[in-house]
Design a protein around this ligand. Structure first.
Ligand code: GTR
Length: 356
C-alpha cells in the first residue's frame, strides 16, 4: 500500500456508499445523503418558487469589442414575504448560436470583477450568467435580517435551517430557472462554477440541482471538496468560528468532533456523479488542503464507477505532481503552482474541460 493510500485509510472515512449499493438504488440513497447534508451541514432551503420573472435593466449589443451581447436582468420571484429580486448579468457570444453557459457565482456585482476573464470566455464560445452572492444575501454576520434570509421565516430554527452557502446555492438555482426560459442557450450544457467559499457553494448547488450538467469547484477546501477528517489548514472549529452563518447551526456540533460527522465531503462530491466534476487546486493553498481535496475525488470516483462512468482517469494511489492536469474522465483534477486564487490558469482548465 502506498503512503497516500495509507493516509486515506487512516482518515477513517465513512464509505461513499454502503455495501450492496447498485445503480438502481442510487437515486434514493442520493436523496438520503442530500437530506443528511441539509440537516447537518448547510441547512434546508425552502422549496423553489413557482416560477421566476425577469426584467431587462440594461442591454448592450456590442459588448466586449462587439463580440458579445451583454444584458443585465433583474430576476424576481414570490416569497412568503413578498417579491424578491436580484440582478444577473448575461453575456452571450455572438459567434455561437446556442452556447453552453457557465453560471458563475461571483464575489462582486461587476462581471469583470477580480476573477472574471469574460472576454476569454466569450472567445471560447461560452455564455455566462453571473451574479453577486451578496445580492442574494450579505456575506457577513447580519443575523439573517437581509436579502433572501429575511424573506423566509427562521423563528423555528431547530438547527437545520439554511445557512448562507445554502442561500447562495439556491440563488444559483434561481438563475438556472431563468436560463430555462431562454431560447438562445444550450440547456443541456449549463455549468455552475465558483471559487473558495463560492466553490463550496457551487459544489452544494450542483449536488442538489441536477439540471446543472457539471460543476467547477475552485480552491474550495473546508466545507467544500476537502475531506474534513484530519485535514490540514482550516478545520470545522476555524470555519464556524469566523463564518458561523455559512452553515446551519447543527454543523457547529462538530467543532473538534469531526470524526462524529455522519458523512464526509467525498460523499457530497459523489452526488455530482455521473456528471462532470472539475476541481482545481493551488499547491500553496494549505489552508484549503489540496491533498484532502484529491482524496475526496479518489473516494467519489467509486460512485462514478458504480454508475458506469469513468471517474478519475489517473493513478489513484498517489497525489499528483504540481502541473498535473487530469481530464480524461468525468472527474477532472488540476494542480497548479501558486496560492489561493481563481486564476486564468484555473479558468482555462474549466473552459477546456467542459468542452470535452
Ligand atoms: C477563507 C475561508 C475559506 C475560504 C476563503 C474564501 O477565509 O476560511 O474557507 O472559503 O475564505 O472564501 O475566500
Amino acid at each position: 500500500m502506498t503512503d497516500f493510500q495509507l493516509d486515506i485509510k487512516r482518515r477513517n472515512l465513512p464509505p461513499v456508499f454502503p455495501e450492496g449499493m447498485t445503480a438502481g438504488k442510487w437515486p434514493s440513497y442520493r436523496q438520503e445523503l442530500l437530506d443528511l447534508f441539509c440537516r447537518e451541514e448547510y441547512g434546508f432551503a425552502p422549496p423553489a418558487p413557482k416560477g421566476v420573472r425577469a426584467k431587462v435593466l440594461s442591454d448592450d449589443q456590442i459588448a466586449w469589442a462587439g463580440k458579445a451581447h451583454h444584458r443585465q436582468v433583474s430576476v424576481s420571484f414570490d416569497t412568503p414575504k413578498g417579491e424578491f429580486a436580484f440582478p444577473v448579468d448575461i453575456v452571450l457570444p455572438k459567434s455561437e448560436r446556442n452556447p453552453p453557459i457557465i453560471v458563475y457565482i461571483s464575489f462582486t456585482p461587476y462581471p469583470c470583477g477580480k476573477y472574471g476573464p469574460i472576454e476569454e470566455l466569450v472567445d471560447q464560445k461560452y455564455g455566462l450568467a453571473i451574479f453577486d452572492n451578496n445580492a442574494i444575501t450579505l456575506d457577513g454576520d447580519d443575523n439573517f435580517i437581509g436579502g433572501i434570509a429575511a424573506m423566509y421565516d427562521r423563528a423555528d430554527d431547530d438547527g437545520s435551517l439554511w445557512g448562507k452557502i445554502s442561500m447562495w446555492a439556491w440563488g444559483a438555482s434561481r438563475v438556472m430557472d431563468y436560463l430555462q426560459t431562454l431560447r438562445e442557450v444550450d440547456k443541456n450544457r449549463i455549468y455552475v462554477v465558483g471559487h473558495s467559499r463560492l466553490g463550496k457553494t457551487a459544489l452544494w448547488c450542483g449536488a442538489q440541482d441536477l439540471r446543472f450538467a457539471g460543476v467547477g469547484v475552485n480552491n474550495s477546501g473546508c466545507g467544500g471538496m476537502a475531506i474534513t477528517r484530519n485535514k490540514l489548514g482550516e478545520r470545522v472549529a476555524d470555519i464556524v468560528h469566523v463564518f458561523p452563518y455559512w452553515f446551519c447551526k447543527n454543523y457547529h456540533k462538530y467543532v473538534n468532533r469531526e470524526h462524529e460527522l455522519p458523512f464526509e465531503q467525498s460523499m457530497l462530491a459523489s452526488l455530482i456523479a455521473p456528471r462532470p466534476l472539475a476541481v482545481s487546486n493551488a499547491e500553496e493553498d494549505i489552508w484549503a488542503d489540496p491533498v484532502s481535496e484529491y482524496m475526496s475525488l479518489v473516494e467519489a470516483h467509486k460512485a462514478y464507477q458504480l454508475l458506469g462512468t469513468r471517474g478519475l482517469v489517473a493513478p489513484l494511489d498517489r497525489f499528483p505532481d504540481v502541473g498535473t492536469k487530469l481530464d480524461n474522465g468525468r472527474i477532472a483534477y488540476n494542480l497548479r503552482s501558486g496560492t489561493h486564487f481563481m486564476s486564468r490558469h484555473d479558468w482555462l482548465f474549466y473552459m477546456d474541460y467542459f468542452k470535452t
